[in-house]
Ligand binder design. Structure first.
Ligand code: ADP
Ligand code: MG
Length: 231
């Protein structure tokens, strides 16, 4: 693994939350390198900072101290606008509760990141190819018959597969998932894990957060968050 280049390097990451007079030191010097093609599970007790770390790795939040390098670039040194672009194009997120838009169809939910990343003209000239890609993803995820449905018409497992399709739409270098099976029964959760395994075999780099050791075993490498550090 280590001979392949690191996509992401987190060095000495610190994060503290202040709630009135109390301070919660959540991350106290996390070091983590994610290499191309890896499937990493981040485990740890509830409240150990797994979501906080994942958000920082994906540029959804900034650390108080420490450096995140993505393909060698320091995320702390890029402005808000470029950070948005980075999140949209380089990273795909999957969350426990799907976060789909119920007013949009399944196909539109998957298309959304591609629309966001384009100008109006860019969208008009590329929409046919982009739509093909979205349909291909739905096919691959077993959702071909669901393209015109709304998310609320789907089961939890189907919704999560839509969320995976949306995360993959812009061909991200890195797929980040926060308890992606946390809201699913174990058979349905296994279906999502199988999707992740298939994607990883095809080269997709994945970092998945889970509090469930059994689920973590599906990954190639397990990183444990204890006492604000990664082991
Ligand atoms: N926005 C926030 N403001 C204040 N405290 C927070 C915030 N987000 C998380 N925390 C606290 O930080 C700790 C770690 O949270 P989190 O990263 O969500 O843990 P995990 O995902 O491992 O359960 C918890 O004690 C949580 O209450
Ligand atoms: Mg969490």
């Amino acid at each position: 693994m280590s001979q392949l280049p690191a996509i992401l390097n987190a060095e000495n990451i610190h994060k503290t939350y202040r709630m009135g007079a109390t301070r919660v030191n959540v991350l106290k010097g996390v070091d983590l390198a994610v290499h191309e093609g890896e499937f990493i599970a981040i485990v740890g007790a509830s409240g150990s900072g797994k979501s906080t770390l994942l958000h920082i790795l994906g540029g959804l939040d900034r650390p108080d101290k420490g450096v995140i390098r993505f393909n060698g670039r320091d995320l702390n040194r890029i402005g808000a606008r470029e950070l948005n672009k980075f999140r949209n194009e380089r990273v795909g997120f999957v969350f426990q509760f799907y976060h789909l838009l119920d007013e949009l169809s399944v196909l539109e939910n998957v298309l959304l990141p591609a629309m966001v990343s384009r100008s109006v003209v860019g969208w008009l000239t590329s929409r046919r190819t982009v739509r093909k890609r979205a349909e291909g993803l739905l096919d691959q995820l077993g959702l071909r018959e669901r393209a015109r449905h709304k998310p609320y018409q789907l089961s939890g497992g189907e919704r999560q597969r839509v969320a995976v399709g949306r995360a993959l739409m812009n061909q991200p270098k890195l797929l980040l998932a926060d308890e992606p099976t946390g809201n699913l029964d174990s058979a349905t959760g296994n279906g999502i894990l199988n999707v992740f395994e298939t994607l990883n075999k095809a080269g997709q780099t994945i970092v998945m957060v889970t509090h469930d050791e059994r689920i973590a075993r599906k990954a190639q490498r397990i990183v444990t968050l204890v006492d604000g550090r990664a082991r």
